[in-house]
Write a new protein. Structure first.
Length: 195
């Protein structure tokens, strides 16, 4: 349970029960419909496989099919049914996505069965290690374009997988300065070749 440590220093893990943390007993019959709708609110449009990857439960296709009359549905380029909340924003394909630095283990990378929407297969090994680590990533136009690291000195090192356009590099530097300042550093940012 938090806080496990403070920024820059870890601590021993402390555990408690969900009931103690929430101050109430758990629902003895939780709603799978509510679970699916909460997932879609954060990560839709998504497939049943995406929902299952996120929560670890299986056989959720029938849950989404049952909710389908209340949902927006479409198909992806492979013919898979995508589900979303009916009033969720769905920007057009030409809508620019801002450059962002994502934290290690960010849900954007872990909450979909098909991660190729945001992480190209050729970069997966640079982001997700065989021993289960997920490195912090640089997003450019909604796609992983590199990794980054906060050093012990609170500097940010950005490692793009390929040279960035000038505007994207400037946006990445501004985003990295915000992260360094948040971490208590002076906002020092440097770019290095990806490892």
């Amino acid at each position: 349970m938090p806080p496990r440590g403070i920024w820059g220093r870890g601590g021993a893990a402390a555990h408690t029960t969900a009931e103690a943390w929430l101050g109430r007993p758990l629902d003895p019959a939780p709603s799978l419909d509510d679970l699916a709708l909460r997932y879609l609110a954060a990560f839709g449009p998504a497939t049943a496989a995406d929902l299952q990857k996120w929560c670890g439960l299986s056989r959720l296709g029938p849950v989404l099919k049952g909710l389908a009359p209340r949902l927006f549905t479409d198909r992806d380029e492979h013919g898979r049914v995508l589900y979303d909340l009916p009033d969720a924003p769905r920007p057009g394909p030409d809508t620019p996505a801002p450059v962002r630095l994502l934290a290690p283990f960010d849900n954007l990378l872990l909450s979909h069965a098909d991660r190729t929407r945001v992480l190209a297969d050729e970069h997966k090994g640079r982001v997700m290690t065989q021993n289960g680590l997920v490195h912090p990533t640089l997003l450019v136009d909604g796609v992983v374009a590199g990794t980054w690291q906060l050093t012990a000195g609170q500097d940010v090192v950005v490692r793009p997988f390929a040279p960035l356009r000038r505007a994207d590099r400037q946006a990445a530097e501004a985003e990295a300065q915000r992260v360094a300042a948040f971490g208590g550093g002076a906002g020092s940012v440097r770019f290095e070749d990806a490892r």
